[in-house]
Design a protein around this ligand. Structure first.
Ligand code: 5GP
Ligand code: ZN
Length: 115
């Protein structure tokens, strides 16, 4: 746990979040500022800055995050119409929280990726 990390503090229960799915290695919770009707963040409980770091350090945990993102899509009813999974990675991508997180977005047509 990194005490200066917002998402580690959510894992620790120090900051409230609306949790929609949880496994031994992941937590999924609603984004505080949703960019789509459904916007859930899926994180590993361990602290890794981004998805590249996670995949290199713990490939099984990276797979767990993807499996949890798929489970969230199913739970949230997104799988029929389609949805998006995004890992913003680094400053040029707009990453603001440096604890790796998958954005699961759906519930309406999302438009072109880079609009
Ligand atoms: P990034 O830009 O790093 O890929 O995405 C960070 C996301 O975290 C943003 O979509 C932002 O709305 C969300 N976020 C920031 N602070 C909080 C918070 O305290 N709680 C929750 N649930 N989401 C947050
Ligand atoms: Zn963290």
């Amino acid at each position: 746990m990194d005490n200066s990390c917002l998402f580690c503090r959510i894992v620790a229960g120090e900051i409230p979040a609306t949790v929609v799915h949880r496994t031994e290695t992941t937590i999924a919770f609603r984004d505080i500022d949703p960019k789509a009707p459904t916007h859930v963040l899926v994180i590993p409980v361990g602290h890794y800055a981004d998805v590249v770091t996670l995949a290199a350090a713990d490939p099984a945990a990276a797979a767990d995050v993807l499996a949890a993102a798929a489970a969230v899509a199913e739970i949230e009813g997104l799988t029929g119409d389609g949805f998006r999974i995004i890992f913003n990675t680094g400053e040029y991508a707009g990453q603001e929280v440096f604890h790796v997180h998958a954005h699961v977005l759906g519930g309406a047509p999302l438009g072109p990726m880079l609009a």
